[in-house]
Ligand binder design. Sequence first.
Ligand code: ZN
Length: 309
Amino acid sequence: MSDSKSGTGAGSARFGIDLGGTKIEGVALGPGDVELSRHRRPTPRDDYPQTITTIAAIIAALEADTGLRGSIGIGMPGSLSPRTRLVQNANSTWLNGRPFDRDLEARLARPVRLANDANCFALSEAADGAAAGARTVFGVILGTGCGGGLVHNGGIVDGPRGIGGEWGHNPLPWAGAGEHPGPACWCGRAGCMETWVSGPGLAADHARATGESLTVEEIARRAGLQNMAAQDTLERHASRLARGLAAMVNAFDPDVIVLGGGLSQLPHLYVQLPALMAPHIFADRAEVVIRPPRWGDASGARGAARLWD
Ligand SMILES: [Zn+2]
């Protein structure tokens, strides 16, 4: 991205909101992308009006802290359909079918730019994060869902359907025994990448294999203590993630892949994924660059603020 801040049109601050499945985070970026303020609140699940109200409250808090009326960018699950201007594909399903941009603009009394949360993550990490300077960046969110965003030459790759980089509802490629048709997905399909490689997908896989319902954190902790069942679960998960990512590398050959979301904190992924992916990559140069995020959880909100760059 350039350093140009033209187009903010709203003073010297840019506000970014990251609307997640469990929390809504807001950040105010000042000149030079200095973080001026940050606020976080729980996501009012299954409550669309309260979601709007919570975002408005965070914006009000950012304005109170900074004394500035900033531009507003929102990173959200799913996207606005370019055809209907209604939300599609959000795993926070209470947003789907809603005129989210118009409702926010009415409440906040200014123009609002929205983009998919994984696109905002990829934009932030490509601009001044783990993939700064790379030409093509695939940003992957592995959290309550599985998202993806593609940035090329500093800009989000979007398209006529608004789904550029979305890979979470592709089927698991090179499926082996016991992997087809795969778990049912909220989207109506079965065996989507999200059902395997998201946090809930990993936990559900462990439960199917062992009968134990554990959090991802607990599974990772037990694996670190040489618990065989937990190690097997992480091994299956890494294999599936590697296959899914390899198929995306074959599609658009990114310079850098940056992992985000809660599962990006699993250190073994950065060690294991390149070798697990290599056999599936259709090139004589099969190594891939996979990095943890520079900004971590903050990247979603920072990237949303950058929608006004
Ligand atoms: Zn799906």
